[in-house]
Each structure stands twice: as C-alpha cells, then as structure tokens.
Design a binder for this molecule. Sequence first.
Ligand SMILES: CC(=O)SCCNC(=O)CCNC(=O)[C@H](O)C(C)(C)COP(=O)(O)OP(=O)(O)OC[C@H]1O[C@@H](n2cnc3c(N)ncnc32)[C@H](O)[C@@H]1OP(=O)(O)O
Ligand SMILES: O=C([O-])CC(=O)C(=O)O
Ligand SMILES: [Mg+2]
Length: 303
Amino acid sequence: MMNDPKTRLRRTMMFVPGNSPKMINSADIYGADSLMFDVEDAIAVTEKDTARYLVANALKTLKFHSETVVRINHPTQTPFGIDDLKVILPAKPDMIRLPKVEDVSEVELVTGEIERVEKENGWPEGTINIIGAIESVKGLYNVREICRHPRLIAIALGAEDFIANLKTQRTKTGIELYYARSQILMAARDAEIQCMDTVFSDVRDMEGFEREVTNSRDMGFDGKSVIHPKQITEVHRIYTPDDKQLTHALKVLAAFDDSLKNHKGVLAVDGKMIDGPIVVRAQRIVDQAKAAGIDVEKKREEI
Ligand SMILES: CC(=O)SCCNC(=O)CCNC(=O)[C@H](O)C(C)(C)COP(=O)(O)OP(=O)(O)OC[C@H]1O[C@@H](n2cnc3c(N)ncnc32)[C@H](O)[C@@H]1OP(=O)(O)O
Ligand SMILES: O=C([O-])CC(=O)C(=O)O
Ligand SMILES: [Mg+2]
C-alpha cells in the first residue's frame, strides 16, 4: 500500500530550514516525497523558539502533498528537544526525525511524548512515527537495537556529524562512509524498516551528486536526504526503473506466473535462468515503477 507509513515511497526527504517562511511556504511545490522542516542544526540557538512555532503553524495551516517530517533537537543532549516536541507534536507532523540518536532509550523517550499527545487528541496509535539519524560511532554501534524499536519506521545516516566524530573528511569516493552505510543498511533490512542516505552538501556539483546517488541506490538505500530542490529531480530519475529494466522485470514475472500455472520446471528469460531471488527483485522493480506513477499495466499489455 503506497501510503502505509512503513512502505510509502521515500526517495527524497528535503531539509527545509524551519526559520524561513519563504522556503516553508514554497517547499511543497517541488515534489519531494517527504519534506523535513529543520529546527536542529540549520537553526541558530537564538532562533530556536521562532523556528519551532513557525513550523508548527505551517503544519496546522498549510496543505502539504508531501509527507511532513520535523527534525527536532536532541531530547537529552540539548535543552531544546523536549520543548520542540511540546510545540510540534500537537501540529501533527507525519514523522519526527530524531537526530544524533545513540541509544534506543532516546527513541523510547520520544515515543513516550508522542503517545501522550496521540492519547490527548484521540489520534490512533502510530499517527506520528519516528525516523532516527545515526551521526556518531556510538550510534552506529547501537544501530541494530535502535532499528528494532517498534515506533521507528526508518533510519538515516547523518554523514557530516558522523565524519566529524570519525575525525576524517568527506571524499569523492565515499570510502570513509562505506562501513557506516553498510552497517546501517544491514540493521534496517534486519528490522524491516526503510533506510535513507545522507545529504550531499555541494549543491553545485551535480556530477558528484549523480555518482553518490547511484552508489547509494546500488547499495540498497530506499532514498536520500536532500538540501535543494534541484537535487529532487535527479534522485527521482535515478530511483525510477528505466524502460528496459521494467520490461525485463515484467517478463520475469509473467514467465514465473506461467511456470506456476503450468507446473513447469527451470525457467529462462532472454537466455538467463530465473529463480526465486530474481523474481523477488523483479517484483521490487515493478513496485518501484508503480510507486513512481508509471502505468505498469499498460506496459504489461504492450509486452
Ligand atoms: C548537515 C546538515 O544538518 S544538512 C541540513 C541542514 N541544512 C539545510 O537545511 C539547508 C537547506 N538548504 C538551503 O537552505 C538552501 O538550499 C541553500 C542555502 C543551500 C541554497 O539556497 P539558495 O541560495 O536560496 O538557493 P537557490 O537560489 O538556488 O534556490 C532556488 C529556489 O529554491 C528555493 N530553495 C532552495 N533550497 C530550498 C530548500 N531546502 N527548501 C525549500 N526551498 C528551497 C529557494 O528559496 C529559491 O526559491 P525562489 O526561486 O522562489 O527564490
Ligand atoms: O542527516 C543528514 O543527512 C544531515 C546531517 O545532519 C549530517 O550529515 O550531519
Ligand atoms: Mg547532523
């Protein structure tokens, strides 16, 4: 189901500075799958109050087509996080992004606040979900347990903070992030939740961006955090199966269906053997194409 919070399409989650009325007002027109209003690191200490009220008002008064997420300040490492929740939760965002998460107790703390507001408002349990961001080695070491918390429906990497903690720099190859990306992905797949890759901060370098998004797609990430509208189109293009991939996937599924109906043995499509995992991957391509709005039934008839 496309709008099930656990499985909905999240190719892009765009950061929108929570103190900018202009950016908040226009953010929805760019077509990101999720919009993440930030009251954490994009916002100076002196602006925290303004930003959280601005974001809460926007959530209450504007209509958003994209999923709405608010990145709060950390609830125990900063004096702002709990106040953020008090102001933001009654405005009913779809999700809270918990940055710099290091321990499952922090997810539990935020969950407690959410449950209280859900009960007070008579909203069903699970109305507001949590995405965590791993931004330190300590968080990475606890990522499996964090991902298994039932309120967490996605996990993300926050690479800028992570590499500061690692005492290195971001490189074009991404070698410094390879272990963290792999570990976070494994934990997400183990817990059956989604996994978002981190931001690419140089908005002028579209070639580097394309390389990084292609790599994270190939590693298995469900999507990427972005910071500028022009990054959205590029991620959606890279994450949408092309015509050749979709045609092949549909042929695989048709051959598999036929083999089940007619009790056939080993199968081949275009000279390649088809077995269980290939069918699973073909189904994922078809699901991604459908979620991206491609008329898959029409394509199926054309083949
Ligand atoms: C490490 C971390 O924590 S990363 C997360 C925190 N960082 C952020 O939130 C940064 C988010 N991004 C931004 O603030 C901006 O994109 C910047 C500062 C990088 C560049 O902003 P600009 O110089 O205004 O970019 P540019 O002029 O190309 O923008 C084009 C249009 O897109 C809008 N826009 C740009 N970025 C965003 C955004 N993130 N959300 C909504 N609208 C945006 C601009 O307002 C502008 O609109 P207009 O054409 O109506 O005037
Ligand atoms: O979560 C992100 O991608 C952005 C961020 O805070 C970081 O990189 O430290
Ligand atoms: Mg960060």
